[in-house]
Design a protein around this ligand. Structure first.
Ligand code: SAM
Length: 238
């Protein structure tokens, strides 16, 4: 899968492909990326990507001409459908379900906003999907785009070495994750639960499922079905 990104800080965005599992995905040829500098698509001497808002008020707005020019040129060069995603606090809340949908789809073009955001005509005529990373405001779209890329890329088959670990992660199974332990067995009188040392696979699986259910019940009960909530209450003797 190829991720195209359009940003005024391309070096910043490129770092998401330089570490950990994404780096390995790139090295294995499973992930491709092209981070485009929006300033390369400007026409003026100052290479400006923003201007004052019509109607007045504080802050600057990202100009539509360089964005239209960049998106049209990147799409033409790609020679295939390239949905444009813009991240913004007004978008649909990002989720594991959206990450799975995007991972199963075509290559993507991601636009990073700055200042007060982009000229509305970009949203009206170019953007296919607007996605929010949460109910807070960041200084720019680079971090949200990097989060989105990370969440989508790790779902591309082969990017995470052990595909079972992706299937078992929080949200993929509908539940939050269970607790994990590694060596040493005893640390400052804090010990690892006996069952995990037992070698009894069915018991370990049962323990993990129960812990995941209880964790989800305590922290995110809205993720559970009514039956799961009842099961959690029963386990807790409520
Ligand atoms: N004026 C905008 C507002 O009130 O919603 C905030 C602009 S913000 C300073 C600059 C850019 O950062 C946004 O246009 C968007 O691309 C990105 N951004 C900020 N917070 C975000 C979030 N929670 N999710 C996704 N993108 C975000």
């Amino acid at each position: 899968m190829k991720f195209h990104v359009l940003s005024i800080f391309p070096d910043f965005v490129s770092t998401v492909f330089q570490y950990g599992v994404l780096r390995r995905g790139v090295d294995a040829g499973l992930l491709k990326h092209a981070v485009h500098d929006l300033r390369d698509y400007t026409q003026d001497r100052h290479r400006s990507t923003d201007d004052m808002p019509f109607g007045g008020g504080p802050g600057m707005v990202m100009r539509c001409e360089p964005i239209f020019s960049a998106v049209e040129s990147i799409r033409a060069e790609a020679g295939k459908p390239l949905p444009l995603i813009y991240t913004s606090p007004a978008g649909e809340p990002f989720s594991q379900a959206i990450a799975e949908e995007l991972a199963a789809g075509p290559d993507l073009l991601l636009l990073c906003g700055r200042y007060e955001g982009v000229d509305q005509r970009v949203l009206d005529s170019l953007v296919d999907r607007e996605i929010s990373m949460g109910d807070y405001v960041l200084s720019g779209g680079e971090l949200p785009v990097m989060c989105l890329i990370d969440a989508v890329a790790r779902l591309i088959p082969g990017v995470v070495g052990d595909s079972q670990s992706v299937r078992e992660e929080s949200f993929s199974s509908g539940l939050l994750d269970w607790p994990h332990y590694t060596r040493p067995e005893n640390f400052r009188e804090l010990s690892v639960p006996e069952v995990l040392l037992s070698g009894h696979h069915a018991n370990i699986e049962g323990w993990r499922r129960e812990k995941a259910l209880l964790m989800t019940y305590r922290r995110r009960p809205e993720l559970l079905t009514e039956a799961q909530r009842e099961q959690a209450k029963q386990i807790l003797g409520l």
